[in-house]
Ligand binder design. Structure first.
Ligand SMILES: [Zn+2]
Length: 327
């Protein structure tokens, strides 16, 4: 996933070349180029080459046919060096599941490509948390996973139920019967740090790793503004009324298709009424405690979210720098 360490810098890791998608002849010529590479997704997990230097998710185009052909192909864009990048969704049968110890928070399926010791399937959360690929490769994998997840779950027209066809180099599905066109979806999620002077509000869901507290979050509903969603979620989950909302930064979160919209919000009081269905706990943390969480030395052993997550950076920004609200 794109790192937020460099906040303040706008980094576009690759050129989506969206104007090229409409022309099948151009897409085919890009695909035929020697420097073209493909990101492979199988059962929602990236397939990478396991090299001495680490994971390499950018594979030769010939791997698509070698692994049984693609169910869906998409043109992702061009690297800064100009190399065309494609995405391919492999059939489920291309990989074998050896074990599954997933715990609802982490994807711990053990998937292998039979007969291909050189290939390794590692879930994207582990790739991001472990910094197992470069930043630009992480950004490409986030797009690849989200797009292929959409394709694998939208094979039929939501209007008439007919099978749909892949169009526009993998960025649309068209219904040949009712002519409806379907675009890949991105689900906006607000994630916010409610603050009141020298305290911030964090909560934990039952599925979180032990001791981890994070910023509250929730989906934006149809017809709702980001600001209203931020205030609603804090009120619903913690019973805290809020005022001004300040946008911070955003992060693609392809689990399966969210865009996390990070905000600060000014709380009206510190009175809590925690929704115990949504949250196991929510509480206020002082600035000193927030710093201790980030630095991994909280006296009660409590933990901040990992640095791959925008919640970590919301907390860090507030803990080390002032956050002001426009009145
Ligand atoms: Zn249809």
């Amino acid at each position: 996933l794109p790192s937020l360490e460099g906040l303040g810098y706008v980094v576009d890791y690759f050129d989506r070349g969206s104007y090229r998608r409409e022309d099948p002849v151009e897409v085919a010529s890009l695909r035929a180029r020697e420097d073209a590479r493909v990101l492979l997704i199988a059962r929602e997990m990236p397939v990478s080459r396991n090299t001495e230097k680490g994971l390499d998710p950018l594979l030769p185009m010939s791997e698509i046919a070698a692994l049984g052909g693609a169910q869906v192909e998409a043109f992702l864009g061009l690297t800064p060096a100009g190399a065309p990048i494609f995405i391919a969704l492999l059939p489920d049968e291309a990989v074998e599941q050896r074990a599954d110890t997933s715990d609802g928070f982490l994807d711990r399926r053990i998937l292998v490509v039979p007969g291909r010791e050189d290939l390794k399937l590692v879930d994207l959360r582990s790739i991001a948390a472990g910094g197992l690929v470069t930043q630009d490769q992480g950004a490409m994998l986030a797009a690849a996973k989200a797009l292929m997840n959409w394709h694998s779950r939208h094979r039929f027209c939501s209007n008439c139920g007919s099978p749909t066809e892949v169009a526009v180099a993998g960025w649309r599905r068209d219904c040949p019967v009712c002519k409806a066109i379907h675009f890949p979806r991105t689900d906006p999620v607000v994630i916010m740090l409610a603050v009141d002077g020298d305290a911030c509000l964090l909560g934990r869901q039952p599925r979180f790793p032990k001791g981890m507290y994070s910023a509250l979050a929730g989906f934006v509903e149809p017809g709702e503004t980001i600001e209203a969603a931020v205030r609603r979620e804090v009120r619903e989950e913690a019973g805290v009324a809020c005022r001004a909302v300040q946008y911070f930064a955003s992060q693609p979160w392809p689990f399966p298709a969210s865009l996390m919209i990070g905000c600060f919000v000014e709380a009206e009081s510190r009175n809590l009424e925690v929704d115990r269905v949504e949250l196991e706990d929510a509480r206020w943390f002082s600035r000193e405690e927030a710093v201790a969480l980030i630095e991994g030395r909280h006296p009660d052993g409590l933990l901040a979210p990992a640095s791959m997550a925008i919640a970590h950076h919301l907390l860090k920004r507030w803990a080390y720098k002032a956050v002001t609200f426009d009145k």
